[in-house]
Design a protein. Structure first.
Length: 135
C-alpha cells in the first residue's frame, strides 16, 4: 500500500487533484477541516467496495484489497493526522528515531507549497537520509 500511496500522492494529489490537496500545504490553516480531507472519502470508497464485494464472493482477493486499503487508511489517520500534524493533541512527544525521521521527512515535504515541487511523498517508508540525521 505504501507504493500505491506514494504514487497517488505524487501524481494524483500533486497532479490533477491539487485543488483538493493545496490547502494542506498552507502554512496557517484557516480551519480544522481542509479540502484535503475529501481524500478520506475518495480512498474509503474502494476500500468499502472491496470489503463488501469480497465478502459476497466468499472472501476473494477483493476483500483483501479492501482490507489493505482500510488498514492503511487507519494508519494514515493515526500517523499523518494525529502524530505528524497534531490535529488532535495525542502522541505529541516521542524519543523514537523512526518516528522522529517520519516527522522530519514530512516536514521536508511541506516546505514546498506548489504542486510541481516536492519530495518525500510516502508516509511509512522514510528515506535513509532522515534516519542518518536522527541517530
Amino acid at each position: 500500500m505504501e507504493l500505491v500511496a506514494w504514487f497517488t500522492h505524487k501524481y494524483v494529489m500533486h497532479g490533477f487533484l491539487w485543488f483538493l490537496h493545496a490547502d494542506h500545504h498552507q502554512k496557517n490553516p484557516t480551519s480544522f477541516f481542509e479540502r484535503n480531507d475529501y481524500f478520506f472519502v475518495i480512498f474509503a470508497i474502494p476500500g468499502i467496495l472491496g470489503l463488501y464485494f469480497g465478502m459476497q464472493a466468499h472472501y476473494n482477493f477483493l476483500f483483501w484489497i479492501g482490507l489493505g486499503i482500510t488498514i492503511y487508511g487507519f494508519a494514515y489517520f493515526f500517523i499523518h493526522d494525529i502524530f505528524i500534524h497534531q490535529r488532535f493533541r495525542w502522541l505529541r512527544y516521542t524519543d523514537n528515531a523512526y518516528f522522529r525521521a517520519i516527522r522530519k521527512a514530512h516536514k521536508t515535504h511541506h516546505k514546498y507549497t506548489q504542486k510541481e515541487d516536492g519530495e518525500c511523498f510516502g508516509m511509512l517508508w522514510v528515506p535513509v537520509v532522515y534516519f542518518k540525521k536522527e541517530r
